[in-house]
Design a protein around this ligand. Sequence first.
Ligand SMILES: Nc1ncnc2c1ncn2[C@@H]1O[C@H](COP(=O)(O)OP(=O)(O)OP(=O)(O)O)[C@@H](O)[C@H]1O
Ligand SMILES: [Mg+2]
Length: 351
Amino acid sequence: MQVRFNDVTMAYGDKAVLQNINFTIPEGKLVSILGPSGCGKSTTLMLISGLTFPSNGQIYFGDKEVTKQDAVKRKVGMVFQNYALYPHLSVLENIMFPLKMEKVPKKQRRERAMELATLVQIEDHVDKKPKQLSGGQQQRVAIARALAKEPSILLMDEPLSNLDARLRIEMREEIHRIQQETGVTTVFVTHDQEEALSISDEVMVLNEGAIQQNSDPITLYRKPKNRFVAQFLGTPVINTIDTVAHPEVLDRLALPENTKRTVTMIGLRAEDLVTTTNQNEALFEGTVSHVARVGKDVTVHIKNQYQEVVATDLGVIPQEETDIYLTAQMKDIHLFDQNGETVEFEAVALA
Ligand SMILES: Nc1ncnc2c1ncn2[C@@H]1O[C@H](COP(=O)(O)OP(=O)(O)OP(=O)(O)O)[C@@H](O)[C@H]1O
Ligand SMILES: [Mg+2]
């Protein structure tokens, strides 16, 4: 089911936690809502579910307005961080529970529940009680239960945050697989950028109750609309250089004069920095202060009297204490204006 928000505002008292939100979640896609704690992710999900209603604006499921319709009528499936399984029921009974509520005949509900148990690969544990399962297995049961009543849309609020790092990766791939196999429109809330980027068709970045950007993961990473998105996505965090304090950096870039006048900051991702021997093309000069090795990853820290930057793909790893010049290709440079908005540019030939 396609979901559309039209100018939706949500306020608690006089505090607006979502302000004039507009978006469309396309039918059959997996969309993530990504943002820091308190930005309004769960609130957005609750508004989709019908467990709360907006202060202003309209919500549509397909062509139908559902703004004031309650949760049961909207037929949404929900999965939360805490699995919320019924402890006294077996795995199979948990999955069958919503079907029992809908008075589906017993034989049919067993068959349907077994199908779902197979889909989420928990079929070998159907007679166990939830407490006999691992966290990941419990979350599989919760997903199967949410799918049992064939929801119009599946809503997941940080479903993996209680799992350890390895299991999180395994389970996010599972969620992706299950979504693809069922084709159910899914909204997945997370504050983990890697999780959002790895499984979603589209990612909606929220900050302080406003949508920052809504696009496919690659566009989001390569073409962030503003400094918030650029800094929220990517590990390590994108390097930034204040070009008001260091105007000489802009002079080394092949940019039109009017572009230079609006830019107050440049952003350089750690993987885009390369060394150069030509000081005239250096965007940063400094001393290698530390080379950190974690498994296959090498992160080089370079420092000068003003700040530090990090580089992850230098090719030849420089020795600590050596002085180096760093630059990047024009296509990899991000420019921001004083409001933190991305400045689009076309490179020109350097004079
Ligand atoms: N029932 C409520 N009454 C008053 N304020 C609320 C209520 N529910 C949420 N808020 C506020 O609305 C804002 C958004 O909350 P929300 O739960 O949507 O954030 P979130 O993005 O899901 O955060 P987290 O990542 O911590 O779960 C927060 O500032 C929160 O304090
Ligand atoms: Mg939340």
